[in-house]
Design a protein around this ligand. Sequence first.
Ligand SMILES: C[S@@+](CC[C@H](N)C(=O)[O-])C[C@H]1O[C@@H](n2cnc3c(N)ncnc32)[C@H](O)[C@@H]1O
Length: 295
Amino acid sequence: MTAAPEDRWATWLARRRHGDDPDLLRRTLEYLAPVRDRVIAGAHLEDGATALDVGCGDGLIAFAACDEVGESGSVIFSDVSESLLQRCRELASEAGVVERCRFVLARASDLTAIGDSSVDAVTLRSVLVYESDKAAAFGEFHRVLRRGGWLSLFEPINRFGADADVEHGRFFGRDLSAVADLAAKVRAVYEAIQPRDTDPMLDFDERDLVRLAEDVGFAEVHLQLNADIESPEPIAWETFLNTSGNPRIPTFGEAMDQVLTAGEAAQLTAQLRPQVEGGLGDRRSAVAYLTARRS
Ligand SMILES: C[S@@+](CC[C@H](N)C(=O)[O-])C[C@H]1O[C@@H](n2cnc3c(N)ncnc32)[C@H](O)[C@@H]1O
């Protein structure tokens, strides 16, 4: 089989999510293990069940689902990235579970390849943030689930931090008031790609998730929100420069290169670097776990 070309999703998961820093990768995976376990617990998978993981990426949730459903069960890996699906297929072969896996190239909002009432659980982790038609996606989750089946998902609520940054005149939670004009130029790079009111990563909060689930017919819906304000972990400056928050936006270093002269970049660096390396500022994050049962 020829390799699918690595696309922006695969590149981001493999490198840009953690700026090629093995320590940040380790911390990311440590953070993700309990998230995975909670999404899996919410799916109520039993031996022999069929699970669908939407936006499977490199298989964090889907391979855990494989363990839960056992040898008589099956897992559908679906994603918009052919390259990530191929990676999952290879990993499934290596793990000896490929016979009970299916791989489907599909958007969350169009799961036509998957039959009505054909799966026992639908899982997602950090996928709806990239889907502009969330109402259609929820409609698809409800359609493919059997009666009594569970939807279990985790999504970051990015508005929590983004709104506070604007209200407090901060940038990624750091105080750049001494170089506000330069910070505004870099912020504009990000806002041009992700307008705060219309971008799928920013245009929803936890209440919208509940409403979306209820609107498509889920009768039982549970949502838990974890909101945290804390000090950020110190990060090496090189790592910070090479990291992007999601696959659609440039790294911080790339954004500075786009709009600042070398002198301006040095001024902004002088303000930001000590805060990044010293773990200063505030880190605001909110995440939602939603489970919903099809009646
Ligand atoms: C942050 S990664 C999460 C991957 C995986 N769920 C995990 O927990 O590691 C987001 C994934 O969603 C996929 N994706 C992006 N937009 C999508 C969409 N509209 N529908 C389905 N998957 C999408 C990407 O290809 C990527 O694999």
